[in-house]
Design a protein around this ligand. Structure first.
Ligand SMILES: Cc1cc2nc3c(=O)[nH]c(=O)nc-3n(C[C@H](O)[C@H](O)[C@H](O)COP(=O)(O)O)c2cc1C
Length: 232
């Protein structure tokens, strides 16, 4: 089952695939979702091990439970931001220094709408996990936080978001649920071999971005050394 709608130029998709957090109240068909995943599976992964697993959250209670877990973390995130921190941001040595004086438990206990609230209306929620036995971490012995293991799963997530455009969908990748991995594991019967990588919300965008805020190439590319002349 493959659904194709009008093709959108790749360059246009790359340049406008902004996060969508507000969705029209229209369902996403199984055929559409299948098409998204069927294209996404061509993502690269280390050794082509394709360690991804996707749980399509349909059950209302499970969906709400995952969103509740995400919401608690989102409240922590916002509290850290309010404190002037870069939430869960790594230091120059690649470690998270901790919350400082912010009371994360109190933040979690806050009520009212949160930045997760809009995702409750997303027609599709995908929990993306990865088999850690199938990812290579070339930075495993470096004295900093691991980065490379994620490189075998996040290209797949990005493919989901790009492929969504093929069928008129949009969405957002979120990682709040990862902080609650033990609870998500229990809830979704995720084996110990699998790590939660992301929760992706998809649906028909209320509004598709036409312009994204990104730095120019010259701000991040240099020639021959990190401090070499700007490229481009
Ligand atoms: C690893 C990762 C985690 C993210 N987590 C969240 C999230 O938890 N909630 C959310 O609303 N957006 C999340 N985003 C989306 C970013 O906020 C978004 O990509 C960025 O701000 C750029 O905004 P734009 O897509 O609107 O241009 C995440 C993006 C990435 C790559």
């Amino acid at each position: 089952m493959t659904v194709m709608t009008e093709p959108v130029g790749l360059a246009r998709v790359l340049r406008t695939n902004g996060s969508v957090r507000a969705f029209r109240a229209e369902p996403v068909t199984d055929d559409e979702l299948f098409t998204v995943l069927d294209h996404a599976r061509f993502a690269p992964s280390g050794g082509n091990k394709q360690g991804w697993r996707v749980v399509v959250l349909r059950d209302a209670a499970r969906r709400a439970a995952v969103l509740d877990l995400m919401e608690g973390v989102a409240r922590e995130y916002v509290a850290l931001m309010r404190d002037g921190q870069r939430p869960f941001g790594l230091t120059a040595h690649g470690r998270w220094p901790g919350p400082g004086s912010v009371d994360l438990a109190a933040a979690r206990a806050e009520t009212g709408p949160s930045i997760v609230s809009p995702l409750r209306d997303a027609p599709v929620l995908l929990v993306v996990a990865v088999d850690t036995g199938l990812v290579a971490a070339m930075d495993a012995e470096l004295d900093r936080h691991g980065i490379v293991a994620g490189a075998s799963i996040y290209p797949f997530c990005q493919n989901v978001l790009l492929a969504a455009r093929l069928v008129g969908l949009g969405g957002v990748i979120t990682t709040f649920a990862v902080r609650e991995e033990p609870a998500v594991r229990t809830l979704l019967a995720l084996p110990a071999t699998h790590a939660v990588a992301a929760v992706i919300a998809l649906g028909r965008p209320e509004k598709q971005a036409s312009r994204l805020t990104r730095n120019p190439v010259s701000a991040f590319a240099t020639v021959d050394s990190f401090d070499g002349p700007a490229f481009g």
